[in-house]
Design a protein around this ligand. Sequence first.
Ligand code: UD1
Length: 420
Amino acid sequence: MGKFMVKGMEGGLRGRVQISGAKNAALPILAACLLTEECCEIRNVPPLSDVRHMVTLLRELGAKVDFCEEEERVLVQAEAIGQTESREEAAQKMRASFLVAGALLGRCGQARLPLPGGCQIGSRPIDLHLKGFQAMGVKNKQEHGFVELSAKTLKGGEIYLDFPSVGATENVMLAATLAKGRTVIQNAAAEPEICDLADFLRELGADITGDGTDTITITGVKKLCGASHAVIPDRIEAGTFMAAAAITGGDILLENAREEHLKPVIAKLAECNVKTELTAEGLRVYRKGKLHPIQLKTMPYPGFPTDMQAQFMSLMTMAKGTSVITETVFENRFLHAGDLQRMGADIKIDSRSAVIEGVEEMTGAKVRATDLRAGAALILSALAAKGDTEISDIYHIERGYYQIDEKLRRLGADIRRESE
Ligand code: UD1
């Protein structure tokens, strides 16, 4: 297992950074490849451990998959589905593997998958996924840690999601694509990753409208073809580098970020006194004056993303004054606060809110990445802290950030990866 050794910086990050493809768009799109017997080429796929887990799972189900990591390209052909059951460890390791449920239901009318467990940031149930499937005529049975799904005829249905869950919206879209008739998802998630999945499904020949709004309509088709698709840039990786420029008082250019996906992050950075400028070459982010404190609430898109909450907490620890963060999406997503406190932060947690008093200085310490974005937040604080920080359990970070250490080094950071 690896760790990162980070030295606090004197000046800010400077230079250009290339943003990779979005992990959270690549995963459902790879699952969607199971819906067609023809060949799919997916480009701009980040070579991350989560993506490798999905590739392993697709192979277990009978798809031929060629992941050319250097070219960040995956070729998938699921000519036949060998089995609709996964025992694979990969399916247990990663919640997003449950997305193959929708694709298997669409293609074969059945699936048997390990129940995804809770994780550090919350219990993460799948009731909304199952509610959606049920409206499409799917029966489910849960025993021995598995969920068994089957439908005699998969038919379109009307689904109201109690919460605009990203995964449930994607799973229903996948199943509905080949179902009989029309499916309407109300209170659907509107994240850019949903639109990227819808774009890919349309390239395969699916009939989907309304993605990006709270009502998505899918009219089932008989068969899908193949396609070549490039995954959208990762807005959370982009936001993390923006926060890194902000916390170090740097000036960086994000080479292929999509400004329209980053509106809530840009708006909050502006309140923090961090400037962003869209130039012909990319999105420039810089800070000259002091960081200002803010009030922030995480919400489903287009609200402020929960996946950027930890990185903003790092920023807030160094803003002069009191900031308040309210986490409304996950019930237990302040795990990073303890480690930030070890580095000198003044943070009080009360249920779903965190009150942060800015401090003059953070200091390097030995800390541990407890989840993906918490780990990213620790790197940001380490860059702006005085002295050296050692971050362990970085496998969490590497699930979601491609070569984060190398990208930061190119921007002037002193960060080394060591094996533990
Ligand atoms: C996706 C993202 C993750 C992000 C999250 C919220 C991927 C692979 N992961 O996760 O990075 O943090 O969206 O933007 O795309 N819920 C239920 N019942 C369900 C499903 C969800 O109660 O059946 C709850 C969850 O416990 C959570 C909230 O809904 O509190 C949001 O979850 P959801 O939007 O489903 O997140 P994921 O799709 O798992």
